[in-house]
Write a protein that binds this ligand. Sequence first.
Ligand SMILES: C[S@@+](CC[C@H](N)C(=O)[O-])C[C@H]1O[C@@H](n2cnc3c(N)ncnc32)[C@H](O)[C@@H]1O
Length: 216
Amino acid sequence: MAKINHSIEHQQKVYQKWAPIYDRVYRGFLGDAHRTVAKLAADAGDDILEVGVGTGLILPHYPARCRVTGVDLSEHMISKAREKVERQGLDHVKALHVMNAHHLDFADRSFTAVCLPFVITLIPDPERALDECARVLKPGGEIIIASKLGHGRGLQGAIEEVVAPLAHRVGWSSAFRISRIADWAARRGDFEVAEIRPVFPNGFFKVMRLKHRLSA
Ligand SMILES: C[S@@+](CC[C@H](N)C(=O)[O-])C[C@H]1O[C@@H](n2cnc3c(N)ncnc32)[C@H](O)[C@@H]1O
């Protein structure tokens, strides 16, 4: 527990520093993944939860018909998202809350899609967060994950392992395996990996769709 609390405090400190410059650094680089996440989430339905919403770079990409809620651990990142919603008149964004992915303060079966864009690798207990996402998801809904997700094979897998501690210090992590998410889904039995879509740059990032099985 002490380790988890330390990691949470670490993330909050890191993103306090990132908040003022995050959009300038990442808007272009993550744009393809962001548009893909918004499109796939909206295809799954209108009630969307974004976990780790950050400065809200994805928020303008959701169609106006959607009802979007965003949560993030960092009040500094969330306050940037609030400014964006106000400035751009994003009426489809219904609420933005400071919240830890480990404890989502929403009723069961609230959302048609739950998105985790570039956050799963930073969460101390990703399986617990995924269980929370599953709990707040409506039957038949989708969990959409975007990240640097590797297979852990070959030279790329070795490089990912080497740079992981450094990446963690800047609030990023590069050594997260697709198999870890697939194993979570297989253990539960009520989710299937519906798609793993490589996105810019050249498949370096991936968007993964986990679909809830109605029959499970
Ligand atoms: C790399 S940024 C991604 C922001 C945004 N999703 C995007 O794609 O631009 C990671 C975000 O996740 C948030 N975060 C990290 N750990 C979290 C947790 N346990 N619960 C909720 N948010 C978390 C950070 O505060 C930060 O805003």
